[in-house]
Design a protein. Structure first.
Length: 164
């Protein structure tokens, strides 16, 4: 299992930005690559960055007591590759049940559902998810040009989101 890497880890920053995905599967790498790009550009001191890789359950625990959590991941919804969709917290109220899910099929949506159940009052007040539509998640593939462009757009959107 991948151990999430983070910046500002010593302090419990009120804002947590989590990149989910698999660096070895083409466009599925977009979440961790957004975290790397944010590290390069720099974030305000109240923001912690976490590369969660595919360790979704760890995300649930990392959310405890945060004021805001921003999750970035790839999506396969049928939209045009590179499309960035912002899903606000109020649209995340009805999350999929986590029963019958194993560690290989555990996604960001399951992490949020489990986090809401486990953390109760310590669940973040504000949760936002950014999804970047993938073109290819083939093992060993590179990031496609459309998703690379979407990555840059989502970095700007995340920076605007955490500045609020």
């Amino acid at each position: 299992m991948t151990t999430p890497k983070s910046t500002n880890a010593g302090a419990e920053a009120p804002v947590l930005v989590v990149g989910c995905g698999n660096l070895l599967r083409g466009d599925d790498a977009v979440g961790p690559l957004v975290i790397r790009r944010l590290q390069e550009r720099g974030v305000p001191g109240h923001v912690e960055l976490a590369d969660a890789g595919t360790a979704g359950m760890d995300v649930a625990f990392r959310m405890r007591g945060r004021a805001k959590v921003v999750v970035v991941d790839a999506a396969l919804s049928g939209a045009a590759p590179g499309t960035v969709v912002r899903v606000p917290g109020q649209e995340l109220a009805e999350l999929p049940p986590a029963h019958g899910v194993d560690q290989h099929s555990f996604r960001w949506s399951h992490a949020l559902a489990v986090g809401r159940w486990l953390l109760g009052e310590a669940y973040p007040r504000d949760v936002v998810v950014f999804l970047v539509e993938a073109a290819s998640t083939e093992p060993g593939a590179d990031l496609t040009p459309a998703v690379a462009a979407g990555l840059e757009r989502v970095v700007d959107q995340v920076l605007a989101e955490v500045a609020r």
